[in-house]
Design a protein around this ligand. Structure first.
Ligand SMILES: C[S@@+](CC[C@H](N)C(=O)[O-])C[C@H]1O[C@@H](n2cnc3c(N)ncnc32)[C@H](O)[C@@H]1O
Length: 344
């Protein structure tokens, strides 16, 4: 999965495929409406005020979220000194810069592309749909045994092969789950490691992640016994990860309990966990809509997209928002109602 997504020049995120939007393979919330980034600006403003810091976005995609968020902060006279982006994909870095050159060149001086995480950071760390793009391990719990499912080449084709797993961090993580006698799912060791590294650099401020996934009890539910690994290709969702490797997006849902455990071990405070719908409503999405000209074509277009973001059967319930803090940030706007921390 790591090679298929990130191998230099060949991986899906490392190459030049369109990826986002109508011409690509999938569409993320920032690509659907500027209201998403503008709503997140409410959370960002509070953290910037409390810390006097900056924003650091991980995996900024096309740059849309950065653009909408900064425009809203500008409107609210709350721009940070710097908006830093850590983007693994050189192709996406170039697209992010081009977007700002075309739509808001005056904001470019605040942008700064990083090669690695800074040693120390104060402010808001933001990641939308980044955790689901991290490579996962496939684990097959069979009888009393734990097997790791890997990939081999046979007669020129990729096929699965299981091998016993008896030692190491993956085995330890698998033993803590024990979901059922014949059960296939994923474990993402990269996500807790990533949270640890964010925690190490966050001196004071908050981390806000939005993504699709569940707490552990739901993730490893007996009925979800074939896991959540999926392929996205030209707006189709497929379940064969060997289909056109490097040209398709590969993704797995996020185990938010594992993320929360890693954050707690790193000394971060869990400030909030709720559905995307609750988060966006709490953070003032409808207030922003109320400022629009009612029944104008922009309003009607926005209303239909907002429905998608909020509806439980679309993105409202499967997607979650989670926030962690350290230091002077005691809360983040967006988590006032619908607290689900108890489910983690
Ligand atoms: C599904 S895209 C989401 C893009 C964008 N945030 C959006 O919402 O449209 C996943 C992004 O995460 C990035 N990514 C994956 N692992 C990362 C990591 N460890 N650090 C930073 N970015 C990462 C990928 O390069 C890609 O840009």
């Amino acid at each position: 999965m790591e090679l298929a997504l990130y191998a230099p020049g060949l991986g899906y995120y490392a190459g030049g495929a369109a990826k986002f939007g109508a011409a690509g393979d999938f569409i993320t919330a920032p690509e659907m409406t500027p209201l998403f980034g503008r709503t997140l600006a409410r959370s960002a403003e509070a953290v910037l005020q409390a810390t006097g810091g900056d924003i650091l976005e991980l995996g900024a995609g096309s740059g849309r979220l950065a653009l909408d968020l900064l425009r809203e902060l500008e409107r609210r006279q709350a721009l940070p000194g710097n908006y830093r982006i850590l983007e693994l994909s050189p192709d996406l870095q170039a697209r992010q810069r081009a977007l700002f050159e075309a739509e808001a060149p005056h904001l470019l001086e605040r942008l700064d592309w990083l090669e690695r995480l800074p040693e120390r950071f104060a402010g808001l760390i933001l990641a939308n749909e980044v955790l689901d793009a991290m490579p996962v391990h496939l684990v097959h719990w069979l009888g009393g045994e734990v097997l790791e499912r890997g990939v081999i080449v046979q007669h020129g084709e990729f096929v699965w092969q299981d091998r016993p797993l008896n030692v190491g961090p993956l085995w330890q993580a698998a033993r803590e789950i024990e979901p059922g006698p014949d059960y296939l799912s994923e474990i993402c060791l990269a996500a807790p490691a990533w949270i640890n590294s964010l925690a190490q650099c966050l001196e004071r401020g908050a981390i806000l992640c939005l993504d699709y996934g569940f707490p552990r009890g739901e993730y490893y539910h007996p009925q979800r016994n074939t896991g959540t690994l999926r392929v996205h290709y030209r707006h189709h969702s497929l379940d064969d990860p060997f289909y056109l490797p490097g040209l398709c997006d590969l993704t797995a849902h996020v185990d938010f309990s594992a993320v929360a455990d890693a954050a707690a071990e790193s000394g971060l405070e869990l400030l909030g966990y709720t559905s995307q719908a609750n988060y966006l409503l709490n953070a003032g999405l409808l207030d922003l809509m109320a400022e629009m000209q009612p029944m104008s074509s922009d309003y009607l277009r926005a209303a239909s997209v907002v429905q998608k973001l909020l509806q439980p059967t679309e993105m409202g319930e499967l997607f979650k928002a989670i926030a962690f803090g350290r230091g002077c940030v005691a809360s983040v706007p967006g988590f006032e109602r619908g607290d689900r921390r108890g489910a983690l």
